[in-house]
Design a protein around this ligand. Structure first.
Ligand code: IPD
Ligand code: CA
Length: 252
């Protein structure tokens, strides 16, 4: 569905702000995934970006739960910027067991299963292992920062990272940013304002690829807390945290 619609003109609607977009394809992909998975696992719970936007409760329990973003990188999808994907995470006892992130435009399929490693198109992937901040390539997105003080805080953080790292990129998909760290193409990624459906699959892919995950303040990662820091090594996370002032968002 995403591939077919990718180069077509889309019917775009806005949600929380003029830059928070949704298309017919986001909704169709989510409906299709929910109904297909439900046929096989009728007792499982589901959290999805578009169902939550439409008023469904975003409540994560210990029960088997599928957390789905039908299109992560919707703005990219609308603009035909080719970093857009489906993100599917499966959690039990709030712990990610399976992660699948598929970019249908570039045909890259990232997968991971707890204890079984992480893969891109069936090839095993691993983080770079970089632990030297001055040699690190970072991915940092402005994300949902909209208030002036949050944007200022974000760019102050960027100013510090720019002085201490090799470079900064932004690609507009949290899930694919996490995959780029998992396969060693980037050494770290963090963002404020993302949601559990942006992170659920990426968490296990990064974990199984040997990466480090935490909150941007170095705390234990909680995917309901609207931010994450993923790095190729614990040392890099510790060094980066010193340069990060936190932007707060209400929990999912
Ligand atoms: C967005 C992407 C993007 C991030 C935004 C998210 P969406 O998700 O993950 O990288 O900067 O904050 O909302 O809306 O395209 O699913
Ligand atoms: Ca989305």
């Amino acid at each position: 569905m995403i591939k077919d619609a990718f180069s077509q003109k889309k019917n775009v609607e806005t949600k929380a702000s003029f830059s928070d977009l949704v298309t017919e394809t986001d909704k169709r992909v989510e409906d299709s995934l929910f109904s297909t998975i439900r046929q096989t696992f009728p007792s499982h719970c589901f959290i999805g970006e578009e169902s939550t936007s439409a008023g469904a409760q975003c409540e994560l329990t210990d029960r088997p739960t599928w957390i789905i973003d039908p299109i992560d990188g919707t703005t990219n999808f609308v603009h035909t910027f080719p970093f857009t994907c489906i993100s599917i995470g499966f959690l039990v006892n709030k712990k990610a067991m399976i992660g699948i992130i598929y970019n249908p435009v570039l045909d890259d399929m990232y997968t991971a299963r707890a204890g079984h490693g992480a893969f891109c198109n069936d090839k095993k992937i691993h983080v770079s292992g970089c632990n030297d901040y001055s040699q690190a390539l970072l991915i940092i997105d402005t994300g949902a920062c909209a208030k002036n003080e949050d944007i200022d805080c974000h760019y102050e953080n960027m100013r510090r990272h720019k002085k201490h790292s090799r470079g900064i990129r932004a690609i507009g998909s949290a899930a694919l940013s996490m995959c780029l760290v998992a396969c060693g193409a980037a050494d770290a990624y963090y963002e404020f304002g993302i949601h559990c459906w942006d992170m659920a699959a990426g968490v296990i892919i990064v974990e199984e690829a040997g990466g480090t995950l935490c909150g941007p303040d170095g705390s234990t990662l909680n995917i309901l807390e609207r931010s994450c820091l993923v790095t190729s090594s614990k040392k890099l996370a510790q060094d980066m945290v010193k340069d990060i002032t936190i932007v707060h968002f209400p929990s999912d």
